[in-house]
Design a protein around this ligand. Structure first.
Ligand SMILES: C[S@@+](CC[C@H](N)C(=O)[O-])C[C@H]1O[C@@H](n2cnc3c(N)ncnc32)[C@H](O)[C@@H]1O
Length: 315
């Protein structure tokens, strides 16, 4: 499964899940707000690599009267809380298009006045996406984007997460769950499981993992990724009494979730741009007909959030 589809199906409004429950706030939202106040109020807004419609809450907050069109390669859907807000207004017309690559946009030339993207466009092949974006923008169209910066807090956290996963321990942990699920099936009665030597040996190994990863709660030194994995894995004991099918499905699901989370972190690291990456991005914008591009570093105090790019098509 696409690692992002797995994430969006959980109903998150943005990539940062619980952290931005109400959509983007703070510097990212403030930057867009400033751009919308100086640029046009956007009749037709295209969000590229939009996830579950990351900028819809912001459009609602800013009272943008617009047709919003989101496109993403993953299977995406408007989160319930966002849909509830949309149901209360007529000013924002929203369409989300999942499983669609932004390198080949299914829209006619000049369909949109603004193209936006937050941590999105850089995941695609920008050599193809930028000319496509230019094609579907009007002749006076604007691109507003926030792009992963190699020294940003997000890149640092993703790099740390990738290194934290110990995949051989992940597999060993899940093997112990499989042993317990199998022994429970053979015994046919969970009450006798503690007298089963194979199940007991597996349980002790799991306890060692719990001791290793759950006892350190110091955020600066704890292994947050393995903490999350072990916590999730131990929920197995809550569903064990539902039978072997449910137990084995749970184990498979936890493995897939872990692989997908690690893959997303790896992607976030690999698309983050250093200075020469953003220079190349601006060069491609220029070749695609964007006459001027204003690039700045978006930050919160001393913490880098990303590159902010505002580019106008030449008129
Ligand atoms: C970090 S997420 C950002 C999503 C959203 N913009 C947000 O801020 O929450 C990156 C997104 O890029 C999407 N993506 C990656 N490659 C893509 C492509 N070629 N075409 C369209 N979307 C793509 C992924 O599916 C994922 O949803």
């Amino acid at each position: 499964m696409n690692p992002w589809s797995e994430f969006w199906q959980q109903g998150h409004p943005t990539t940062f899940g619980e952290y931005f429950k109400e959509g983007y706030q703070g510097p990212i939202k403030n930057w867009f707000e400033k751009q919308f106040s100086v640029n046009q109020r956007s009749e037709t807004l295209l969000e590229l690599a939009c996830g579950n419609g990351a900028l819809i809450p912001m459009c609602l907050d800013l009272g943008l009267t617009t047709n919003y069109q989101g496109v993403d390669l993953a299977a995406v859907a408007i989160p319930q809380a966002v849909q509830a807000r949309l149901n209360q207004t007529d000013s924002l017309q929203v369409t989300l298009m999942g499983e669609t690559s932004i390198e080949a946009l299914p829209f006619s030339d000049g369909s949109f006045s603004v193209a936006c993207s937050v941590f999105g466009i850089e995941y695609s092949n920008i050599e193809k996406t930028i000319p496509e974006m230019s094609r579907v923008l009007t002749t006076s169209g604007v691109y507003l984007g926030v792009i992963h910066h190699i020294d940003s807090v997000v890149s640092q956290m993703s790099g740390r997460a990738v290194n934290e996963y110990n995949m051989s321990e992940v597999r060993d942990f899940l093997e112990q769950l499989q042993i317990i699920a199998h022994q429970a099936k053979v015994a046919g009665d969970l009450r006798v499981l503690s007298r089963n030597p194979k199940a007991e040996k597996a349980r002790k190994k799991l306890n060692q993992y719990a001791e290793k990863y759950l006892s350190n709660t110091d955020l600066s030194t704890a292994n947050a990724s393995m903490f999350e994995f072990v916590t999730r894995g131990l929920q197995f004991f809550k569903i064990l009494d539902q039978g072997p099918k449910v137990a084995n499905r749970f184990i498979k699901r936890v493995y897939e979730e872990t692989l997908a989370t690690r893959e997303r972190h790896m992607q976030m690291c690999s698309v983050a741009m250093p200075q020469d990456g953003i220079d190349r991005f601006v060069e491609i914008l220029s070749k695609a007909g964007f006459g001027s591009a204003d690039v700045s570093i978006l930050s919160d105090d001393k913490t880098i959030i990303g590159w902010a790019v505002c580019a106008h098509k030449s008129t």
